[in-house]
Design a protein. Structure first.
Length: 114
């Protein structure tokens, strides 16, 4: 069964991001930054997870942990990062994705009965 974004909680420490099932606590995937060290800043940005680790910024696919892109933002410094996005409101993003998933499930249900 495919993992749904609305069913995942993200935990970050020691340059790692771990995705946990929000109902069972089971680990779904784990990702470790190849660069930087310390505490990762995490932003759920709609259908992406943006992670920053001491000046290095990464984009992950949230249901698999696959790396989508990375940017070292060379020359901009290091430290704890502040991340913001129009889609960064987790409750709004999750609600939107939940509506999309419900619509897709309803369409699949109708298609299977015809």
């Amino acid at each position: 069964m495919a993992t749904k974004l609305a069913d995942v909680v993200f935990v970050g420490f020691n340059k790692q991001v771990i995705a946990l099932d929000r109902y069972t606590g089971e680990k779904k995937w784990e990702w470790t930054s190849s660069k930087g060290s310390g505490y990762p800043t995490i932003l759920v940005d709609g259908d992406r997870v943006i992670v920053s680790v001491q000046g290095y910024t990464y984009c992950l696919e949230p249901t698999t942990g696959a790396l989508v892109w990375e940017n070292e933002l060379k020359g901009h410094g290091t430290g704890i990062t502040c991340l913001a996005s129009i889609r960064g409101n987790a409750s709004g993003a999750v609600a939107q994705i939940s509506v999309q998933e419900a619509a897709a499930a309803a369409s699949a249900s109708v298609a299977s009965t015809t």
